[in-house]
Design a protein around this ligand. Sequence first.
Ligand code: GTP
Ligand code: MN
Length: 576
Amino acid sequence: MEFVEQLKSSVDIVRTIGEYVRLKKAGGSSRYTGLCPFHNEKTPSFSVNPIHQRFKCFGCGVGGDVIEFIMQIDRLTFFEALKLLAERNGIAMPKREYADADSRLRAALLEMHEMAAALFQSNLSGTGGADARAYLAGRGVPQEDLDTFALGLSDSGGQQLFRRIDQTRFPPEVLEQSGLVMKRQEGGGFYDRFRGRLMFPIHDHSGKTIAFGGRALRAGDEPKYLNSPETRLYHKTYVLYNLHRAKDAIRKLDYSILVEGYMDVIGVYSAGIRNVVASCGTALTNTQVRTLKQHSERIVVNFDPDAAGSNATEKYMQLLLDEGMTVRVLELDRNLDPDEYIKELGVDAYRARLEKAPSYFHWLADRARKKFDIHTVEGRIQGFKFVAPSIERVPDRLERFAIANDIAGYLGVDAHMVRDHFSRNQKAANRPASRGPVVPPNERLLLNSLLASELARMQVIPHLSEMSVIERFTTRNVFRAIFTLHHDQVSFRFSDLEGRLEDADRDLLSAVVFADDIIEEQDALAQAVACLESLRAQEPKSEMAELRARVQTAEREGNLEEALRLADELNRRSRR
Ligand code: GTP
Ligand code: MN
């Protein structure tokens, strides 16, 4: 496939991946590193190598070339990824490369959406759009924003869009999958999903229209917002409204603003604050959060005024914290949503509130102050306990302690109590597991203890290296490398260990060191010895199992002499 090679060599992998991930040049090498977009992490283990034209995450193990990156991040087929890269880089694509049914379907759906968006826009600017234009003017949306957001109007008759679609090119099966028209229950034929609604196109991160939200224009029309269903183009749980316009600003300002509604996005964005996004009328998902995190780890959540303190809000915040985001909360007064607030008090007032927005934990502490009597010791402790469960979920240990101390100070709670509380609850903390290769817990604990302490290595390795169970470990190569290093070298450096491993084993090692077992140096020896004991208990059994397996293999291979010899050995041992 020479086109593929040609494409790969003319595409700049660092620039392409840099569109999705904030990359930094790794000091002194040609590599670039950043936070992996495929799993949740705090410290960068994602790396791009422009010389080999490959990417790799040492945390979760994904890796590949630029085409594979696009396939995974945009959830595209191979052909779609090729096409997208070719288009973005102005490279002509040979026709035969399109010959993939799924790509054809997506291309057809994209074309229909583009056509629909243009039709809706022309409806809004045409004679039939007068009422809708008046409505928008009444809400203070200027012409400029209509263009920026490509707002439109769907015809109320329910046939306009359907009739525009060229049915010789788009057969009924494709129409049905578009989400734009719906099949009649009886009598055959289709009608438009969106009728007489104000239309908000929803884009993917590169700016292609993939769905719509439609707002009712008359009070009392239900539902107030009607959204496109899930289609081959539109996966609700991944998409954020306005992300393709906001992402540059999010990176530059290093935070995003999350609001609830389409109109809020429009109000905030057109007032000049560009780093604003919303979910499209569904509850926020972890995939959306990860998408945001690719651009910045910091976020300001701007609730609707009645939402603060509700159960849904709490879940929402936990989700953000679990994904490792740094969260601030902007709660507007006067019962106004962001759009209304800016219209009534001006963008400067909004900006001032934005800048002063407290961290989530301070915001919670403020709520605790209102809930409990902070003048009494008892009340302060209750207040702290109210905030503590959220602090416990902060994935990074040092950060968790720092926040706990800060909030304790803020509520006037004794720092010792905080320390107690947190060391007791350390193990109970419910932190999300990261993906990546799975290392059995006993191997993981043993490795982490060996890595944590020289004393543990000195005491345990001489015994461990004699044991045959090691050979059956998933991480046997990592152990072997540790043994060799321990044997050869006075000092033990992690980078030396990494340097001795093949990619797959290095991934295992990162799964081990990124796991959440915290082994302090002073506990490591005891831990390692405990692991050693439990391995010893298994040792004879597993040796026998291995012998048995070798007997079977020899039999299968017709090597009877060997099989007999091994069986003999097995017998001798089991008698022992
Ligand atoms: P305005 O009421 O015009 O100011 O719009 P808004 O964007 O401020 O909407 P609102 O605060 O009422 O709702 C927030 C978001 O929730 C909307 O932008 C929609 O995405 C979604 N939403 C609201 N009502 C509905 C509904 O009836 N159905 C669905 N599917 N989504 C809704
Ligand atoms: Mn609103």
